[in-house]
Design a protein around this ligand. Structure first.
Ligand code: 4AD
Ligand code: MG
Length: 463
């Protein structure tokens, strides 16, 4: 039976073994050839030693970087440094040869930019092996965290008729013939002829449906893809990203912050405990402060700061000579330079910013008594900026309806949502964690395109 490389590396010498994987490198020496074999189970390779005077030698010319092989042999203690055991090959089967001239990963250029152009093959590199294993482990840790707390995993729809955030950044879903769109009486598209009989889009957030779940099941979370047609070509935005959205009945804004802080810390702790080899690799390769930063976040209390105080700190910085590209005044939506100033320069740790002006936040947030701010909370992280956005929700039907009207949103499409406030309304809160933003932090990668297997960004939907 085939053993995975991860397991082989922990076995005692002396056993007969079978390994299967892809050749990372082949290095001939005088009497033997060394093959580094990787099967994705770990960042490490198993070394295969082939006798150049034996009958396997004739296969060696067909084996090069990328070749897929099965190797039988004896696990022996390795004399070379770097590994405890290696395989002394007694049989090799070549599953798939790999033309060394045409194989795209042979190229000298292994920059992350180049690897994005061969995203279909980049999982075979050490870097992306490490990132994708971490991604998978983090997904598991997220489910485990919520399950251990009794949260219900709720699946919310991906195709929806509601614009949860009211930000209008939706990808439309239609089966209408775009070359010949049926028209309604006003000359616009006749959506009654469309697949769902109405205008629909891909979801920007599962929150509103999540609230339906929380106000019945108590505590729920969603974890799925979300889509935003934001035309922002930045290292932190994707058009298709994954979001985790817990929603909890009877939580106020403080309970919400406590949960969010504990949640992130647990995930980082999980990564350090379960993915250490991959993290160490990324730390050495790209960012030698990574482990320090991860440990730092676990050990520190996040700063909790009102938006208004945050603006005062930024204004003081400007008065002291700090230059921002965008002007600072009460009411602005913070730019990433502002967020990073607070987190990286002023406090030197994660900041939870609360009580934002209502005009820059979504309609569903609980309104404060001052009439100007809402009970929002964003968690800002070093090098990333906003990693979590959340709030206590407005539970009062009249206030919520008034806000919807003020924003000139249509109440008609939201009646089902308003029913939560009409029938047994309750205080409740929730937040959304951008999965890829979390992964940026945990892997130390700089570009969000490098923490999702197949990034979707403006003008790019390859693979
Ligand atoms: O702040 P956002 O827009 O909040 C919501 O969608 C709420 N419904 C969440 C809730 O309260 N249940 O998005 C939440 C998080 C952001 O903090 C960010 O981490 C991530 O989602 N995010 C993105 N990640 C990658 N690419 C994008 N275009 C993103 N937009 C938001
Ligand atoms: Mg936000």
């Amino acid at each position: 039976m085939r053993s995975k490389v991860k397991d082989l590396l922990g076995m005692e010498a002396g056993r007969e073994v079978l390994a299967k994987g892809w050749v990372r490198t082949k290095r001939p020496s005088k009497e033997v050839a060394f093959i580094a074999l990787n099967d994705g189970s770990t960042i490490k390779n198993i070394q295969v030693v082939v006798d150049r005077s034996g009958e396997l030698a004739e296969l060696l010319p067909k084996i090069s970087t990328g070749t897929c092989i099965a190797v039988r042999g004896t696990l022996v203690e390795s004399v070379g440094s770097g590994q405890a055991v290696e395989i002394k090959a007694s049989g090799i089967e070549i599953y798939g040869e790999c033309d060394p001239v045409r194989y795209p990963l042979q190229k000298k250029d292994t920059s992350l930019e180049y690897l994005r152009t061969v995203a279909h093959l980049r999982p075979r590199t050490n870097t992306f092996g490490a990132v994708y294993r971490l991604r998978s482990q983090m997904a598991f840790a997220i489910h485990e965290y919520f399950h251990s707390k009794g949260f219900v995993y709720l699946n919310t729809p991906l195709i929806t008729a509601s614009d949860a955030e009211g930000a209008g950044q939706m990808f439309q879903v239609t089966t209408l013939d775009l070359g010949n769109v049926p028209k309604d009486k006003k000359g616009g598209p006749d959506y009654s002829k469309d697949f769902f009989g109405r205008q629909t889009s891909l979801t920007v957030s599962g929150q509103l449906e999540g609230e339906l779940g929380a106000t019945a099941l108590g505590e729920i979370y969603t974890f799925g893809p979300t889509f935003r047609a934001e035309n922002s070509n930045t290292p932190r935005h994707l058009a298709e990203f994954w979001m985790i959205e817990p929603e909890m009945a009877f939580y106020d804004i403080k309970d919400n912050m406590d949960l969010a802080e504990d949640f992130i810390k647990s995930l980082v702790r999980y990564a350090l405990e379960h993915c250490r080899e991959d993290i160490d690799f990324l730390c050495q390769r790209y960012d030698n402060t990574l482990v320090e930063r991860l440990e730092g976040v676990i050990a520190t209390d996040f700063v909790r700061l009102g938006y208004t105080e945050g603006i005062e700190i930024l204004k003081a910085a400007v008065a002291a000579g700090h230059q921002f590209e965008y002007p600072v005044e009460w009411g602005i939506d913070l730019q990433s330079e502002h967020e990073r100033y607070l987190v990286e320069q002023h406090f030197g740790k994660p900041v939870i910013l609360t009580d934002y002006p209502k005009d820059i936040k979504a309609f569903y947030m609980k309104q404060n008594e001052d009439g100007k701010t809402v009970r929002a909370m964003d968690i800002l992280f070093p090098k990333i900026g906003e990693i979590i956005g959340g709030s206590e929700r407005e539970a009062d039907l009249a206030k919520l309806e008034k806000r919807i009207d003020e924003l000139k949103m249509s109440r008609r499409g939201l009646e089902w949502y308003l029913d939560t406030r009409r029938f047994g309304s309750c205080p409740h809160s929730g937040f959304g964690l951008g999965f890829e933003r979390l992964l940026l932090f945990v892997t130390g990668m700089q570009n969000i395109r490098d923490v999702i297997p197949f990034p979707r960004t403006p003008k790019n939907a390859e693979f």
